[in-house]
Each structure stands twice: as structure tokens, then as C-alpha cells.
Design a binder for this molecule. Structure first.
Ligand SMILES: Nc1ncnc2c1ncn2[C@@H]1O[C@H](COP(=O)(O)OP(=O)(O)OP(=O)(O)O)[C@@H](O)[C@H]1O
Ligand SMILES: CC(=O)C(=O)O
Length: 587
């Protein structure tokens, strides 16, 4: 059986009395340096934690320069079919060559894919998963429960059959959104023409279409600007009757079925969770989804209301708040604080607020989430042109790189995978761009900081949670300094989530004995979740974990790993002390 011997000198059980042994550390570096030389790798840029890192990047680089040897990872292509397929980026070979000095062959930023008509089959779910999808998003604004259940069943079937890979499921509520009605054919809106929106149901003519919101006429005022589809078309309100809003088209286009309507600078006076949303939320409880993405959250009250409901249902589902309305910006801190994470929903955000605010708000929301230890997703238009074209615009590529650099946990595809012509190529582009961008990120200016824990200690309010945060930060520093991957054993997922928050430079292998926790962890930056039964014997469990990683070539013999035993719920600990150990992997 594979084992990992503890290096006595580096067995940094973090206790006041512990100390490091320079000789042991130097020997570990020498051994890693030797493997580097054997591998013949050239390290072009000095990195603070270079020893273990370069060796591992070789695993993803074949002679052709194509990624074929990354197996069973939730963070990148897993099959040669994907890697060698014709939809590789034209520049793929070049970019993979370039990433030889990458610190880690696995992508850390996760990819959320919206499932729709282009991808709602067994074959496409499998292909998306193999191409790098980490989370499948169900948009409840479209489809019915039957069609969404089919997708949930397919994802669960994939998870059950896949060896090592896992996909989480996110149910995105429709929310109090205002949409135009169904039209049998797109209606052409021309600049300057009169066009009307009516609250009468089922209307679709050349100059009038229904809206799904009875108070539309009351909320809208003469002079308001209406944006269709996030600003693809716009109209100025000229007059109103009891049931109709009469407008002049400013920017024309094709009005298709169920398009978003926003009034510039205003949020609809609807509750954040509508009756339909509650039905969809219950559907999510019944089918055990992993996350809700809650649309148009205006304040923290609605998050508490949803969480209370989930508690009453005994449902362990995390709540991601979508920041997309003018109201949500005013209450950003309390909303994020009440939630389990946030999404920068740039579509509606850029319609309700001036569009030039979107990049600034994106950065602010990411920073806030990062400082509050919550995951954050950047969504909408990331590869919009790939709905119809096989390659992205350069601006779209830059947009992905910016979200990765700003520290998003995940980036999202919407229409690109829901109804686009090139869903797999879009995932492949997202994967490659995120991976390449991560490879250039320096860890030296990314050392964990602990303002909240330090502050708590000063105020005498140091809690178990702060203790866990301290250990996660120290484990990260240790793993970064030594260039080791982190192995964590977690029952609730909390320590893996904390480690993810500190963004270690290498992968976090998160072993859990709960399938649901494994699925949830798929969203978190840098975490590779693995399900394994824990036994009462800690050493035996560690050995099985190491064997698992060796068998899948995630680790190599003689490599060092940072092993974290901790968390709020202790595993194999008599006392409530956390342990961080550095161990050498034995065959
Ligand atoms: N389950 C589905 N069934 C049918 N069509 C879908 C489904 N999900 C998505 N689509 C199609 O894909 C498009 C893009 O998906 P997306 O999730 O971005 O929805 P949206 O309505 O454009 O915006 P929002 O995300 O704000 O709801 C939708 O407009 C719709 O045409
Ligand atoms: C994702 C979404 O709902 C938006 O961008 O508006």
C-alpha cells in the first residue's frame, strides 16, 4: 500500500513549540531539484516555490504540445478525444508549449455552463464535463420542471459513472424579471417607429407585444428608457394608457420570445422570490441541487428567508446571490454576508446601471467576496460571439483573463453553451485562457493575509472559526513555500473552502466521505474534490488517499505533500488542535 512518511523535521504540527529543520528542508529541495533535472525541464522564470511545480507541469505536455495526459480532473480536459479534437484553439499548441513553466497543470478557476437546447442531451453533458465544465446551471426562466429534471438526472448519472470528475448543479431562479411575451416570429423594430408593450396576455403583432408583469404600466414613467435584452435594443417611453406603454424605438433590432426588459436606473417593485421561484426552489430541494443562484436579490432579508426555508426542509443547499439590480448595490455587504457566495450578473447589472459601472462593480464585488471568504462567479457575455462563431474576439479573451486575475472562483457561460453553435469550443477556450492566465500569476505577492483573525484576537473574540482560518493560511504558506500540493480531509467541506480562499499555488486535493460535499466543492477555486470512505484509522485513510492520487498520476513517488487535518468538525483528533504535516510520498 502506498504511504506517505512524515518528515519528522517538517512535521509542522503547528503548535507553539514546533520548529523547522533546515537540513530536512534542504534535502527535500535537493530531491525535487534532482527530479527536475531528470525531467529535463527548463524553468524560465524564478518562482518562490519552484521545486515541485515544474515537474508537475510536464504531465500535461505531450511531445505534440497537446494536453492529453491529464486524467480524471474536474479542472480540465480529461480525454484525448477532447484534447486532440478538431475544436482545439488554433493557438493551443503554442500556448501549451508556453505553459511548461506553469505552476500547476490543472485549471483552478472553475467553469459554470448553462445547459439549454444545444447541450441538454446525455452526449453533450458528457462532452461538456470532459471539456472542463465544473458546474451545470439550470436557468429556470426557460424550460419546465420535466426538462430540468432530465438534465439533473444526466448530471447525476455522469457523476456516478465518472472516475474522479464531478459536476455540481446550480438552479438559477427566474426572479422578478420582466420579460416580453412569446412571439411566433422575431419582430423587427426599426429606429424611430412606435412600438407598444401591453399587460394584456398573448399579444404579438407588428407593433405590440405582451409583458409578463401587471404593474409594468405603473412602474414605468414617460421619459424612461426601456432596454430589451440587456441593451441590444432600446426604446423611450412616450405615453401610457391603462394597460399599454407606448414607446419610440431608439436602437432597433429583432425582438424574439421572452426577452428581458429593464428600465434604466430602476428595479421592478416585485418581491425577489416570486411564487414561481418558490415552486422552483422546492423542485431544487426535491432533486437535491447543490446551489441556488437567486436573481435580483435586493436585501439580506430575502436570503435569510430562503435559508430559514431550507433549514425547515432539512436541505443542505448553498445560496449564491446574483448581484444584478440597482438596489443590490446599496446593500452589497449585508447581502453577501448573509449568503454563501455571489454572482456578478453583468447582463441585468449593465441594464439597470450605466454600463461603464459594470467593470468597476465587478472588481468591487470580487474583492468584497474575497475579503468575506465567499466564492464569486463572473457571468454573462464572456464569449458571446461564440454563440455564432467558432473563435472568440480578442476582447472576450481579455475579459476572461481579467476575471481570473481579479480572483473569481468561477466564470460562467450562458447562451454560449445553452443555445450556441459551438458549446464545446467555448468551454475549451475558457479553459485554455483561464489556465494560461493562472500560469502567469505570481504566488509571491499572494501570501495569505489574516486581517479578520488578527482583529478578532486583538478584540479578544478569537473563535474556532478564526483558528481554522489561521491554519488554512499557514498551510497555504507552507505549501506555497515548499511547492507541495495540499491534501485535506473534510466532512463538511469547510476547511477545503477556507484553503481555497487563501489561493494556494498548487491543487487542493479535498477528500470527503460525503458525496454532496464532493459535488459542492466543484465550484471552489483550486479544489479537486474526491469522495472516499474514512476509516477509524487515520494512517490507513491517509495511505488510501495517497494511493488514489498516485494511481491517477496526481502525485509522484518521492514527492512531498502538505497534509491538513482540521476543520470545525475534527477528524481523528483527540484534542481540538489542528495538524499540518509535510510528508514524503512512498511507493
Ligand atoms: N432550459 C432552457 N430551455 C430552452 N432555452 C434555454 C434554456 N436555457 C437557456 N435557454 C436559451 O439560452 C439563452 C441564453 O441563456 P441565459 O441563461 O443567458 O438566459 P437569458 O434569458 O438570456 O438571461 P438570464 O441569464 O438573465 O436569465 C436563453 O435566452 C434561451 O434562449
Ligand atoms: C446571469 C444573469 O442573470 C445576468 O447576467 O443578468
Amino acid at each position: 500500500m502506498a504511504t506517505a512518511t512524515e518528515i519528522g523535521s517538517l512535521a509542522a504540527r503547528i503548535r507553539p513549540s514546533s520548529g523547522g529543520d533546515q537540513a530536512g528542508l534542504a534535502s527535500s529541495r535537493r530531491s525535487l531539484d534532482r527530479s527536475l533535472l531528470r525531467a529535463g525541464t527548463v524553468c524560465r522564470a524564478p518562482q518562490p516555490a519552484r521545486w515541485g511545480l515544474v515537474v508537475r507541469s510536464l504531465k500535461a505536455t505531450e511531445r505534440s504540445g497537446r494536453a492529453v495526459d491529464v486524467v480524471g480532473t474536474s479542472n480540465g480536459p480529461v480525454s484525448s478525444e477532447i484534447s486532440n479534437s478538431s475544436f482545439a484553439l488554433p493557438s493551443t499548441e503554442h500556448s501549451l508549449e508556453e505553459t511548461r513553466v506553469v505552476s500547476n497543470p490543472r485549471r483552478k478557476t472553475k467553469i459554470v455552463c448553462t445547459i439549454g437546447p444545444s447541450t441538454n442531451t446525455r452526449e453533450m453533458i458528457w462532452k461538456l464535463a470532459e471539456a472542463g465544465m465544473n458546474v451545470a446551471r439550470l436557468n429556470m426562466s426557460h424550460g419546465d420542471h420535466e426538462s430540468h429534471q432530465k438534465i439533473i438526472d444526466l448530471v447525476k448519472e455522469y457523476n456516478a459513472q465518472s472516475k474522479g470528475n464531478v459536476i455540481a448543479i446550480m438552479l438559477d431562479t427566474k426572479g422578478p424579471e420582466v420579460r416580453s411575451g412569446d412571439v411566433p416570429q422575431p419582430i423587427l423594430l426599426k429606429e424611430g417607429q412606435e412600438f407598444n408593450f401591453t399587460i394584456k396576455r398573448g399579444v404579438s403583432s407588428e407593433d405590440t407585444v405582451s409583458v409578463n408583469y401587471d404593474d409594468f404600466v405603473n412602474d414605468v414613467e414617460v421619459g424612461d428608457i426601456l432596454l430589451v435584452d440587456g441593451g441590444m435594443m432600446s426604446l423611450a417611453v412616450r405615453s401610457k394608457t391603462v394597460d399599454t406603454v407606448k414607446c419610440e424605438v431608439i436602437d432597433g433590432g429583432e425582438l424574439k420570445s421572452r426577452r428581458h426588459l429593464n428600465v434604466r436606473g430602476k428595479s421592478a417593485t416585485l418581491p425577489s422570490i416570486t411564487e414561481k421561484d418558490w415552486e422552483d426552489i422546492k423542485f431544487g430541494v426535491d432533486h437535491k441541487v447543490d446551489f441556488y443562484a437567486v436573481s435580483f436579490v435586493k436585501d439580506a432579508k430575502v436570503v435569510h428567508e430562503l435559508k430559514d426555508y431550507l433549514k425547515r426542509c432539512n436541505a443542505d443547499i448553498h445560496v449564491i446571490v446574483k448581484i444584478e439590480s440597482a438596489d443590490s448595490i446599496q446593500n452589497l455587504h449585508s447581502i453577501i454576508s448573509a449568503s454563501d457566495g455571489a454572482m456578478v450578473a453583468r447582463g441585468d447589472l449593465g441594464a439597470e446601471l450605466p454600463i461603464e459601472e459594470v467593470p468597476l462593480l465587478q472588481e468591487e464585488i470580487i474583492n468584497r467576496c474575497r475579503s468575506m471568504e465567499k466564492p464569486v462567479i463572473v457571468a454573462t457575455n464572456m464569449l458571446e460571439s461564440m454563440i455564432n462563431h467558432p473563435t472568440p474576439t480578442r476582447a472576450e479573451v481579455s475579459d476572461i483573463a481579467i476575471a481570473v486575475r481579479e480572483g473569481a472562483d468561477a466564470i460562467m457561460l450562458s447562451g454560449e453553451t445553452a443555445h450556441g453553435k459551438y458549446p464545446l469550443k467555448a468551454v475549451k477556450v475558457m479553459h485554455t485562457v483561464a489556465w494560461r492566465t493562472e500560469s502567469t500569476q505570481s504566488t509571491s505577492n499572494n501570501q495569505p493575509v489574516l486581517p479578520s483573525a488578527v482583529q478578532a484576537a486583538i478584540c479578544g473574540e478569537f473563535s474556532q472559526r478564526h483558528m481554522s482560518a489561521m491554519f488554512a493560511a499557514h498551510a497555504t504558506t507552507m505549501a506555497n513555500t515548499l511547492g507541495t500540493p495540499i491534501i485535506v480531509f473534510t466532512q463538511t467541506g469547510s476547511m477545503a473552502i477556507l484553503l481555497s480562499h487563501y489561493r494556494p499555488s498548487s491543487t487542493i486535493f479535498a477528500f470527503t466521505n460525503e458525496e454532496r460535499i464532493k459535488q459542492r466543492l466543484a465550484l471552489y477555486h483550486g479544489v479537486l474534490p474526491i469522495h472516499m470512505q474514512f476509516s477509524n484509522d487515520a494512517e490507513e485513510t491517509f495511505s488510501r488517499a495517497i494511493k488514489y492520487l498516485l494511481d491517477r498520476k496526481y502525485l509522484e513517488k518521492e514527492e512531498y505533500v502538505t497534509l491538513v487535518q482540521s476543520g470545525i468538525h475534527s477528524i481523528w483528533r483527540q484534542e481540538s488542535t489542528h495538524h499540518i504535516q509535510v510528508r514524503k510520498v512512498q511507493g
